[in-house]
Write a new protein. Structure first.
Length: 126
């Protein structure tokens, strides 16, 4: 059982940077982020008063996290995402646990698209 947990975490991490480094479509990433990510995060100017208060906005991540690119490339294996998000062809790393939110399935290309969109955002000002 432990081996499958490690494999489910390591495999997506190994694949994600390849997908994001191939470049993405910022407009497609904006649509994905507005449709799915905005239920928890503030996403650009789309929902400035939305999101969950304890969840960082995309702009805050860009401004305050020097590793934001890595975080966006691997977001789907970072808590809490594995509990409800799956990537087509890879699956949901925690599929043995019931989803704690409405499940989302994205193609791997969406990871690169979201990162391309994030690169267009201006960091949130104080």
């Amino acid at each position: 059982m432990r081996l499958s947990i490690v494999a489910a975490t390591v495999l997506p991490l190994a694949m994600a940077p390849q997908a994001a480094s191939a470049g993405g479509d910022a407009e497609a990433g904006r649509r994905v982020a507005e449709q799915h990510c905005s239920r928890c995060h503030v996403v650009g100017d789309f929902n400035p008063m939305g999101g969950i208060s304890s969840t960082p906005s995309f702009q805050l991540l860009v401004k305050r996290r020097p590793d934001y690119r890595d975080r966006f490339e691997t977001f789907y294996v970072r808590r809490p995402h594995p509990a409800f998000l799956s990537i087509k062809g890879i699956g949901r790393p925690l599929e043995y646990i019931p989803a704690n939110a409405a499940p989302i399935e994205l193609p791997l290309e969406a990871v690169a698209d979201i990162l391309a969109f994030v690169e267009t955002l201006k960091p949130k000002q104080k």
